[in-house]
Design a protein around this ligand. Structure first.
Ligand SMILES: NC(=O)c1ccc[n+]([C@@H]2O[C@H](COP(=O)([O-])OP(=O)(O)OC[C@H]3O[C@@H](n4cnc5c(N)ncnc54)[C@H](O)[C@@H]3O)[C@@H](O)[C@H]2O)c1
Length: 391
């Protein structure tokens, strides 16, 4: 029997189901003993469904000294106040994205946690999955040389096409950058390090949205296009859009001095990765003796043989969309048990909240924003995870 850390969940809404399933069925080092919600009935229903010992109010959950980590799965507008309450009760926080809406609030939370010797981090934890971890190894082995560029694109026609209650995506605090940006910014900062400067434009491409049959004007921009510069020297573009029906843009690619890597969807745990070997292309073209157009022709035809799929470096669920949410909580629990730093660090969560606010602010002011926070790259995921995490 593995050593376990006792956890509680605040917020028993849409996303809570997958956390409750994964914690009770897959993550053996977590023991879910409490669930709470503003609406106690929702907590009681969840407790019944998943066989959880206690259900009640937030205050009751926080008063239980047995609970060590609290998952905050409430709506983003409530994250700051709920996270603060959790920290003040002396418990570690694992929050759904983002840690807080405002940079100043996130700073306050991280400061409070550090002073109290507690952890306070936020999703996403998808970067701990086999997809992005495979790319991390490629970069660590220097297989594409020094990263010099990237492109990151999340484009869709809007969540109102599928979401049962999509209104909040178009109100203040919503929009594609705050909703989907955290996945891309977290993956990029984990792979490339600290963001140095950002610049952003934003528009309401389709301002009038069809929300459950009603025409509603979006309060927030629905397409953002940004340029980001990293301390490592890499520069790239990022587009987050609820206005785009179809594109051929990659989700995430990183370009290096010696090659390129296709990064799996940062919103998933597995997925498809591939690598382009620039050194091989250079050598293949150099070996051709005939001058133009033979070299040019070789350069074009040799592309395919220089490009190959990357096997994921540790076992992943065969369905790349499978939802392993909770991996970051499990890593946090193991870090507490082993007295080591968490792989999802407070600095990373804070850096992402600063970047989100920076992009929003640049889009409003037209100014380039220079980031204040920095992030240290944490350890790669332990490949043994499959043995102790997912059966
Ligand atoms: N729904 C998704 O597909 C999805 C995917 C990824 C991440 N997320 C993130 O998960 C979080 C929750 O999203 P959701 O879709 O589950 O929302 P939701 O509205 O379905 O559920 C939120 C729950 O929190 C409760 N709640 C709200 N404020 C509270 C408070 N102050 N105290 C206690 N309980 C409170 C609500 O009663 C509700 O049960 C958000 O941060 C969101 O960004 C959601």
């Amino acid at each position: 029997m593995k050593k376990q850390v006792k956890v509680g969940i605040i917020g028993c809404g849409t996303i809570a189901d997958v956390y409750m399933t994964n914690i009770t069925q897959h993550y053996g080092n977590l023991n879910l003993i409490w669930v709470a919600d503003l609406y106690v009935e929702k907590a009681k229903e969840a407790a019944e469904k998943y066989g959880i010992a206690h259900a009640g109010t937030v205050e009751e959950l926080l008063a239980d000294s047995e609970v060590s980590i609290v998952l905050d799965l409430t709506i983003p507008a409530a994250h700051y106040s709920v996270n603060k309450q959790i920290l003040e009760a002396g418990k570690h926080v694992y929050c759904e994205k983002p840690l807080a809406m405002k940079f100043s609030e996130a700073e306050e939370l991280v400061h409070l946690a550090s002073e109290s010797g507690l952890c306070c981090v936020s999703a996403p934890d998808t970067f701990l999955g086999a997809g992005i971890q495979t790319v991390r190894e490629v970069l660590d082995r220097n297989e594409i040389g020094k990263p010099i560029g990237f492109t990151a694109n999340m484009t869709c026609a809007g969540h109102e096409l599928w979401h049962p209650n999509p209104g909040f995506y178009y109100r203040n605090g919503g929009g594609p950058m705050f909703d989907m940006g955290p996945y891309y910014l977290t993956a990029l900062a984990y792979l490339l390090g600290s963001i140095r400067r950002v610049s952003c434009f934003a528009e309401k491409g389709r301002p009038i949205r069809d929300i459950l049959g009603k025409k509603v004007e979006s309060e927030v921009p629905t397409t953002y296009t940004a340029i980001l510069e990293f301390d490592c020297g890499a520069i790239g573009t990022m587009t987050m859009s609820f206005d785009t029906w179809k594109t051929g843009l990659p989700l995430l690619e990183i370009y290096g001095t010696e090659g390129s890597v296709e990064v799996p969807d940062p919103n998933n745990f597995g997925g498809k990765a591939s690598i382009f070997d620039g050194v091989k292309l250079r050598e293949t073209v150099a070996a051709v003796q005939d001058p133009f157009p033979a070299k040019l022709f070789t350069m074009m035809t040799a592309q395919e043989e220089c490009h190959q799929d990357l096997p994921l470096t540790f076992p992943s669920d065969p369905d790349p969309r499978s939802n392993m949410r909770g991996l970051g909580v499990s890593d946090m629990a193991q870090a507490l048990l082993d007295n080591r730093p968490t792989r999802l660090s407070m600095e990373l969560s804070l850096h992402v909240v600063e970047a989100l606010n920076a992009l929003e602010s640049s889009a409003k002011t037209g100014q380039v924003y220079t980031m204040r926070t920095r992030v240290e790259q944490t350890e790669p995921m332990n490949k043994e995870w499959a043995l102790w995490e997912v059966q």
